[in-house]
Every structure is written in C-alpha cells, then in structure tokens.
Design a binder for this molecule. Structure first.
Ligand SMILES: [Zn+2]
Ligand SMILES: [Zn+2]
Length: 337
C-alpha cells in the first residue's frame, strides 16, 4: 500500500479535515461551505457553515446552542444510512460519546476511512453505544492518551456520590458536570442506581436536559436549583457547570460539598486545585485501554490522531506496526477544561 494513499483525498487544511472528492470538511474550526459535524460539543460544532450534515440529535443540539445549525441548509442522516456524494459514500455510526455523536465512515475508490470524532466504548445509558467499523484508516482523538488514564466504572463513582450524601445528609452535594452529555449521564446513572428524589439544575444545564428528554432519554424529576424561595436544599443533589461549583453561585446552598464528574479527576492534584472535595472519575472520552483497543480492532494499517496527548499514542501505534500521524488540529479542547 502506498503510504500517501489517503493524503490524496483526505487532508488537514487550515480549518480541519477536508475530503476533497466529497467537497466537505469534518468538524471544521471555521465557517465552511459544507460541513459534517460529529457531535454538538463546541470544539466540533461551530456556527456559520452554509450546509451541515449530522444526526438529527446533533442538529438539535446545534439549534439549541448556536441558534441555527447552518446558514443555508441542514441534512439529517440516521445512523447506518448511506449517502452518496459524487464518488464518495458517507455513513454515520454511533461514537458512544454523547447523544447523537457519530463516527464518519467515508468510502472512496475501495478504501475506507473512519473519522471517530470524540468517542468512548464504556457503556452510557444516554446514547447509542460505540460501533466498531473495520477500515483502512482510523482517525482518533487522544484526549486521555496516557497509560495513567483508566476511567474505571462510572457506576462505582455514582455509588461514591450516594454514599457521601448518606454520610452528610445536611449538606448540599453540588456536582460539576459539563452541560452536554456528562450531566445527563450523571442524572441517568443516579436514576439507574435507584435515586428517585428531584435533581436540581443550574439554569445552564436545563436546555440540554430538556433536549435529551425530547429524544426519549428519561431523566426523572428535574427542578431549577435557584428559585424565589431561596431554598438551601440540604441533602439534595444539585448539578452545575464545572465553572459554577467553586463560585459564589454554589455558596447559596447548605454547607455545599463540591464534586466534579470528569476524566481529569484521575489526577488528584487537579481536583484539589479546583477546590473539589469529591472527585468523580466519569469521562465521556476513551481512556488508554479503550484508545489502544480502538486502534487495533478495526484492522486499519494507518491511524491519524486529531487532538490531545499524541506522543504516547503515536509511539504505541508505531509499536504495533501501524503508520501513525499527528494532525494536531487547531481549536480542539476537551469540554471539561
Ligand atoms: Zn466532545
Ligand atoms: Zn472534542
């Protein structure tokens, strides 16, 4: 196989990955004519494109967060449905990252590239599970690409939260959770663990929770955390964006105990720095074991790495006899940061 086989039709330009024969970008960092968007996080879904193709859930998130998903038109593609664009065929398959998140499968002249977007393989009751697609080129993220990152089971972390609540029944547990994906996953995991009390939300989280509900993800009773009665909510669980947990906002509650649900909580110092009393290691990104499995299992001879901690992953890729390449796409960062 020629080593530049993919570079002739799929390449990184100033705005991200571009498929030349299809005439579209994938998750571009600036406005383009045609974009395929893998999921609704702000480092992937930006405004100003003329035409956007995505799952209907991702289009819904873009409408909610950006006002409109595209200036001239949108097209929803269901998981598994194939779209022909000239000589290229495009398919979206679940990435297991957040509601509607998709890997983009591109077939062109007998070769197949899979662009994962952000993904995880751990179970998540709020979105369709990651689907393994055999391919020749796999494009991966590398947010947690160091062997130290092993996320463990999110259910165990939820058990810690519930245990803390029973140990400190007078305190309000204020849980920092990113608005799209993480907060709904935390809520759903709490429900699955048998927690039936209302869960209180910072205003910034309400929109995404309501959107999940419209797509059939049942989250139980949710209430605004702040109301005219200035209820201090002792013993209750409050969810807020990470930026609000150590802020004046959370001081209104009863002796608030701050928790933070993030893959970064594996690094203890990070939690302490942010004043987090109860770190919860819950991540929507692949950890080291999931990344290495995702690299080996599709059978791809070539792996490109979009963003994150590339060095260790590239070393690992080369050690398995595959060709690795760092794309170092600009404008990408983890949503928890
Ligand atoms: Zn993401
Ligand atoms: Zn991302």
């Amino acid at each position: 196989m020629k080593s530049d086989r993919f570079e002739t039709w799929l390449s990184a330009d100033g705005r991200g990955l571009y498929c030349r024969p299809g005439g579209f970008h994938i998750d571009p960092s600036g406005a383009v004519e045609r974009a395929i968007i893998t999921h609704g996080h702000s480092d992937h879904a930006r405004s100003g494109h003329d035409y956007v193709l995505a799952t209907k859930e991702t289009l819904g998130v873009m409408e909610l967060r950006l006002g409109s998903a595209a200036r001239r038109g949108t097209q929803a593609l269901a998981y598994g449905e194939t779209l022909k664009i000239g000589d290229v065929s495009v398919k979206l398959v679940p990435a297991g990252h957040v509601l509607g998140s998709a890997q983009v499968v591109i077939d062109y002249k007998g070769a197949r590239a899979v662009i994962s977007g952000d993904y995880k393989r751990a179970s998540d009751p709020t979105c369709a599970p990651f689907e393994l697609v055999p391919c020749d080129l796999f494009v991966t993220e590398a947010t947690f690409a160091l062997p130290v990152f092993r996320h463990g089971n999110a259910k165990d972390e939820i058990a810690k939260l519930l245990k803390s609540r029973s140990l400190f029944p007078e305190r309000t547990h204020v849980v920092g959770a990113y608005g799209l994906g993480k907060s709904q996953r935390v809520i759903k995991l709490l429900r699955d663990a048998g927690y039936e009390r209302p869960i209180y939300l910072h205003g910034a989280l309400a929109g995404c929770c309501a959107l999940y509900e419209t797509f059939g993800v049942k989250l139980g009773e949710l209430k605004p955390a702040t109301d005219a009665k200035c209820n201090k909510l002792p013993g209750e669980i409050v969810l807020a964006p990470p930026s609000a947990i150590s802020d004046r906002w959370s001081r209104r509650f009863a002796d608030p105990l701050t928790a933070f649900a993030s893959g970064w909580m594996r690094v203890r110092a990070r939690g302490r720095q942010q004043g987090v009393e109860l770190p919860l290691v819950i991540s929507d990104h692949a950890d080291w074991d999931e990344l290495t499995a995702a690299i080996e299992e599709p059978g791809a001879a070539e792996i490109w790495v979009t963003h994150g901690r590339e060095d260790a992953l590239l070393y690992h890729i080369e050690s398995t006899g595959r060709r690795g390449r760092a794309l170092a796409l600009i404008g990408r960062e983890d949503e928890d940061q």
